[in-house]
Design a protein around this ligand. Structure first.
Ligand SMILES: NC(=O)c1ccc[n+]([C@@H]2O[C@H](COP(=O)([O-])OP(=O)(O)OC[C@H]3O[C@@H](n4cnc5c(N)ncnc54)[C@H](O)[C@@H]3O)[C@@H](O)[C@H]2O)c1
Length: 287
């Protein structure tokens, strides 16, 4: 029997816990605030931002939003980021990606102060993660770790294969797993024998953007499979894993939708609360 990892349910619990903490901090006069910036008219980005804003409001946080036209210039986007960076009631800033082609994303991302980098994507946050220093971690990889923890899967000493070395998911996830004591192997598009990497693993996390890449030939019986991929098809959302073919082979598997996706939003709220708490700490603890 393959067990379905109920990401949506785990995310709901996390969001409820965040909302409780937000109510406590709000009672002391501090409302955690998260600002989202959407540039252009990409429909998928608009859907993601709307979902994030709904979650922000449901958690009782302050929802700040800036919308820029698709022809916005580098200087205009930078000015909005600077305004939010200076705003005392904004504790987190999220610049929705991808940006329109005329914009250069990395310098814009790096304008976000590390203390407000709730997406964990600035160079400073990546450096802190690499060095194991306190900081905000990217939401999707930390959501994957939360799922594994919620399922009671021991990471220390486990053999974990991460398929995909993208900046958003695979790369930071490999670092987080190493910090937890897992033996991590990372596969990517140039890996000659993918099965040789994934087949021995106790846990396989797939984040490639290649629909249906992983099937039964890649998975050791009883292994845990985490599918990060999201693909919109006429039949609905599907992932990087051929989930139906793994039924009875994988020990546990995340569904798409309802697996990793909801965790990403939950972790965004966790990061915003964390950023607001660290901000309060800086105000109360003399440097
Ligand atoms: N569920 C979520 O909340 C969430 C969040 C972010 C990204 N995603 C999804 O995760 C996927 C990956 O996102 P990303 O931003 O890391 O992508 P990316 O394009 O930055 O990285 C993709 C990685 O996959 C590797 N790859 C490509 N083809 C491969 C193959 N045949 N075999 C092995 N590796 C291969 C590439 O080498 C690269 O390292 C996408 O489907 C994206 O939609 C989901």
């Amino acid at each position: 029997m393959t067990r379905t990892i109920k990401g949506a349910e785990i995310a709901r619990h996390i969001r409820a816990r965040v909302a409780e903490r937000v109510a406590e901090t709000t009672a002391t006069g501090r409302v955690p605030g998260l600002a989202t910036i959407l540039v252009g008219d990409d429909p998928a980005s608009a859907v993601y931002v709307a979902a994030k804003r709904r979650a922000i409001r449901e958690a009782g946080m302050r929802d700040v939003h800036r919308r820029l036209p698709h022809h916005a210039t580098q200087t205009e986007v930078a000015a909005v980021i600077d305004e939010l960076a200076a705003a005392p009631d904004v504790h987190g800033i999220l610049l929705q990606l991808p940006l329109p082609a005329q914009l250069d994303a990395p310098p814009l991302i790096d304008r976000i102060p590390v203390t407000k980098d709730v997406d964990g994507l600035t160079t400073a946050s990546a450096g802190r993660l690499a060095r194991g220093e306190r900081g905000l971690r990217p939401c999707t990889p930390s959501g994957v770790i939360e799922l594994l923890d919620a399922e009671g899967i021991e990471l220390k000493g486990a053999c974990v294969a991460v398929v995909g070395w993208g900046e958003l998911v695979g790369r930071p996830l490999a670092q987080l797993l190493l910090r937890r004591g897992a033996t991590v192997t990372v596969a990517h598009e140039f890996t000659a024998d993918l099965t040789a990497v994934t087949r021995p693993a106790d846990v396989v996390v797939v984040a490639t953007g290649v629909r249906g890449l992983i099937g039964p030939e890649h998975i050791k019986p009883g292994a845990t499979v985490i599918d990060v991929g999201i693909h919109r098809t006429p039949e609905g959302l599907t992932g990087d894993v051929r989930a139906a073919e793994l039924d009875g082979i994988a020990g546990r598997i995340t569904p798409v939708p309802g697996g990793v996706g909801p965790m990403t939003i939950a972790m965004l709220l966790v990061n915003t609360l964390q950023a607001a708490e660290w901000e309060a700490e800086r105000e109360t603890v003399p440097a």
